[in-house]
Design a protein around this ligand. Structure first.
Ligand SMILES: [Zn+2]
Length: 237
């Protein structure tokens, strides 16, 4: 089946549906004719609902019934729109946040937004106006999954707050910085321990105490640490 796309032909089909009898009163030939034409307007996904396999899968809904349902709903919609517009009346479409009225102005259909008809609608419209903004005003925190308000300029944020940002996955640069800081911290603590040992113990006892305090360090590493600690002690007087 070919996807039907011809404007004049499609318009002719809708006009015919408005003008013809109700689906209930149509002859079998008419039903067939409309069903075939309408199916050609459908995408393959929905065309598939009319295949023999689909009918066999749920036989309570026969092919004829499916075709009748399709014709009926299209006829309802077409009749709701075309005669009203052509008579200069508006067609109202209800949306969750407002209603919109369509009207024929000259040879063009225009959309007229209606003022809110209730307080719910009024508030919903406020929300909708925000959602429509060029820059979507909300964000979802990737740490706590709360909705937060995006700033209206600058880069979009991914965290709702500073605490969440701190908890978030640190960037590569931050990670390097963090590792460096941790190493420095560890080094300072080690030096303090070595200085302590140097102060408290005699030269003969120091080595054993150092090995006990740093069981994982090699001799070379311990000698280096000791040297550094001694340099520091000298500097501090
Ligand atoms: Zn958060």
């Amino acid at each position: 089946m070919e996807y039907r796309d011809d404007r004049q032909e499609t318009a002719a089909l809708f006009a015919e549906l408005v003008n013809s009898k109700d689906e209930n009163d149509m002859s079998p030939e008419q039903l067939r004719h409309f069903a075939e034409d309408l199916k050609q307007l459908l995408s393959p996904k929905y065309q598939a609902e009319f295949t023999p396999e689909a009918v066999q899968a749920s036989p309570h809904n026969s092919l004829v019934n499916r075709e009748r349902d399709l014709i009926r709903s299209v006829q309802l919609n077409t009749r709701r729109w075309l005669p009203h517009l052509l008579e200069g009346k508006g067609v109202t479409l209800d949306r969750p946040h407002s209603s919109v009225v369509y009207r024929l102005k000259g040879s063009r259909m225009v959309e007229e937004l209606q003022p809110p008809r209730s307080k719910d609608e009024e508030i919903s419209k406020k929300l909708f106006d925000l959602l429509k903004e060029k820059r979507f005003p909300f964000g979802l925190c990737i740490v706590c999954h709360k909705v937060f308000v995006q700033s209206n300029k600058g880069k979009s944020r991914r965290y709702c707050s500073e605490p969440c940002k701190a908890k978030g996955v640190p960037s590569a640069a931050k990670r390097t910085e963090y590792v460096r800081e941790q190493r420095q911290k560890q080094r300072r603590q080690e030096l303090r321990m070595v200085k302590d040992i140097l102060r408290k113990w005699t030269e003969g006892e120091r080595w054993q105490k150092l090995q006990k305090a740093f069981p994982k360090k090699t001799r070379r590493q311990l000698l280096y640490l000791m040297k550094k600690a001694q340099q520091k002690q000298k500097k501090e007087g």
